[in-house]
Design a protein around this ligand. Structure first.
Ligand code: F7E
Length: 343
């Protein structure tokens, strides 16, 4: 019987880690997740995979070399998916050192240790559309990078130093997905999409009065995380390691996202005012959306729109879930999980 391939996923507790672990288990892998211990423990969908023996934990942290070394020696993975990151752009302005430690040095530790135990290892790096920063849309693999946050700068440096250069210097199978925003009901509530769906569901149920947001004009190319982890796997199954933009090719403003989520809850919004004074009102004229400049970023990425042609042609990958389906899925999940709390 052929030996089962072994995959190690760092950042297993995040949104993408959970979808990827499920996908790889279904494809017949032995799946290991590098788990950073926290007092809250891993999210329920990760704990469920672990209890069902679909996922093994290896305790460690990409900021601690000794744990990465032990993890690689214990697992000896065929494929490594490096998803661990300080992934919040706004937070990266507040904690730049921590961001570099995880998003740059952490990548070096993972790649070097993976390569040391298995020179034929295949490494996937979670690169990001934030690396394009101020580059005008549409952004493709050929577009220049122009990062505008500590998050994006650290991610770009890791991409260049440990993925592109290691391919050339050491012939390592080091590949990356340059993923545009990807969301799901498992998205953290401090990212704008989930913040919107969770808050609007609460407002609809009478559990919250108002939602405060930052820049409503920012445009993002939002896809479904479940589709994007399929691209991660495909990227590591190619003959040659390479970098791929993974995106929908469609962009919407934050305000569009609010409108779509509100429509899914049957609570249309009327907008008034501009900038920090803009408000969104419900059908009774009550202000339910406001702007709080606290959520503005010192430097904003205004317009992301990915060109996914290379992924379509070379990987045969396309997104399956549309923007409206994604918003509806997230709204429904939040509404259903909150409705028992309604007064
Ligand atoms: O912001 C605006 C904000 O925090 C999206 C990460 O996964 O995708 C994500 O990064 C936009 C920005 O995601 C609020 O200014 C308005 O323009 O949901 P976000 P992000 O920064 O695009 C990329 C591809 C990654 O790689 C990252 O790891 O929404 N915005 N009002 C707001 N954003 C937040 N968080 N909260 C607000 O209240």
């Amino acid at each position: 019987m052929a030996k089962k391939p072994k995959a190690l996923i760092t950042g297993i507790s995040g949104q993408d880690g959970s979808y990827l672990a499920e996908l790889l288990f279904d494809k017949g892998y032995d799946v290991y997740g590098l788990l950073r211990r926290t007092s809250a423990g891993p999210p329920p969908y990760i704990e469920d995979l672990h209890l069902a023996k679909k996922l093994s934990y290896v305790y460690g942290n990409v900021r601690d070399l000794s744990t990465i070394r032990i993890a690689m020696e214990e697992v000896r993975p065929d494929e490594v998916y490096n998803l661990a990151a300080q992934s919040h752009v706004w937070v990266s302005f507040k904690v730049p050192d921590e961001t570099w430690e995880t998003n740059f040095y952490g990548v070096g530790r993972v790649v070097n240790e993976a390569m040391r135990v298995n020179k034929d290892v295949r490494v996937y790096q979670a690169s990001t559309s934030e690396m394009f920063g101020s580059t005008p849309p549409p952004q493709s693999e050929a577009s220049p990078f122009s990062p505008v946050s500590p998050y994006a700068e650290a991610k770009l440096k890791a991409h260049e130093e440990f993925i592109v250069a290691y391919r050339e210097k050491y012939g390592l199978f080091a590949a990356s997905g340059i993923l545009f925003n990807h969301e799901s009901p498992r998205r953290g509530k401090h990212f704008v999409t989930r913040k919107i769906t969770h808050s609007l569901a609460k407002i609809k149920l009478g559990l919250q009065d108002k939602l405060e947001l930052g820049n409503l004009e920012a445009k993002r190319d939002w896809g479904y995380a479940g589709d994007y982890v399929e691209a991660m796997h495909l990227i590591l199954q190619q003959k040659k390691a390479d970098d791929y933009v993974i995106a929908t090719g469609e962009s919407h403003t934050v305000r569009d996202f609010v409108n779509a989520a509100a429509a899914a809850l049957d609570m249309p919004i009327t907008w008034e005012g501009e900038g920090a004074h803009e408000v969104g009102k419900d059908k009774n004229g009550k202000v339910i959306i406001g702007v709080d400049p606290e959520f503005y970023r010192p430097n904003e990425v205004h317009y992301l729109l990915g060109d996914p042609n290379k992924a379509r042609e070379r990987l045969g990958w396309t997104r399956k879930v549309s923007f409206d389906q994604l918003v509806t899925m997230m709204v429904k999940s939040d509404y259903d999980s909150l409705k028992h709390l309604a007064p």
